[in-house]
Design a protein around this ligand. Sequence first.
Ligand code: C2E
Ligand code: MG
Ligand code: MG
Ligand code: MG
Length: 287
Amino acid sequence: AAKAEGRACYRFYNEDMNAKAVEQLKMEEELRHAMGNQELELRYQPQISSNSGAVVGLEALVRWKHPVRGMVPPNEFIPVAERTGLIIELGEWVLEEVARHCAYWDTLSLPDFRVSVNISSIQFNQRDLASRVSHILAESGLRASRLELELTESAIMTDAPTNIARLRELKALGLALAVDDFGTGYSSLSYLKRFPIDTLKIDQSFITDLDSADGAAIVDAILALSSSLKLQVIAEGIETEEQLGYLLKRECHLLQGYYFSRPIYPEDVPTLLKQDFGPVLKRLASA
Ligand code: C2E
Ligand code: MG
Ligand code: MG
Ligand code: MG
């Protein structure tokens, strides 16, 4: 009986795998279609200066508004886009869409701010990435100084000499570079001195763990590292007053998370940019 059961399980497993593969193929097809069909949209999440309480940056985050499935989160479709190579086109669309939004915001005489765009490792591995980005900037009129590219540690660590060269080419365009999800890449830290990086983005998981001694120790270590290497540092995933209070005491430069705002529609950005978080920060810093 055990044997028969085992076989039944095996067959079930096979069917399950098959269903998954079919589902994947379907998603690939649909994603290809989505790109041409205006189903992708951007949201923006604010980044706040801990000194002034002003919104000094926005992170662009892509969304897929699927006609049947509804909102598909990026963690579900970015991997599909990466596997199929569609991420190249998708990533360039994001830059163009950001440029389009910035061109509009520029007509509203808002305070100055920067936009951060996530770059996939597949995009980063393109030999001609800098010239592609340069081309998009030239075509769209987006100022390089407004743009920050977020790269993950694992994306830039793999082939150091090639990657340093590529990062330098990007920097030469006049944009800023951030290491996203910092601390999760298990890599040597020596690259930080050699790579032309502006900002470290403390991974959300460490902010979530701030209420434990170990979590706080990791955040302290990243803050100390960024201070001695003279890098900017931003905490992402701040949800509670306790987390924020801790980061303010430790003088973390920039702050991002649901505590301040969820990612919002581009239409709501002008109002958000006028928001002053200064009073909230002052109250917590003195608490
Ligand atoms: P990420 O770049 O690390 O972005 C931060 C993610 O954390 C976003 O999820 C954001 O909505 C979420 N988040 C922000 N604050 C909080 C908070 O306080 N609590 C919690 N629980 N979550 C918070 P999202 O938008 O679902 O994006 C997930 C990931 O998908 C991003 O992680 C990034 O790796 C990728 N992604 C998003 N947009 C793009 C894109 O345009 N291109 C590429 N290549 N990847 C993207
Ligand atoms: Mg990011
Ligand atoms: Mg991140
Ligand atoms: Mg992440």
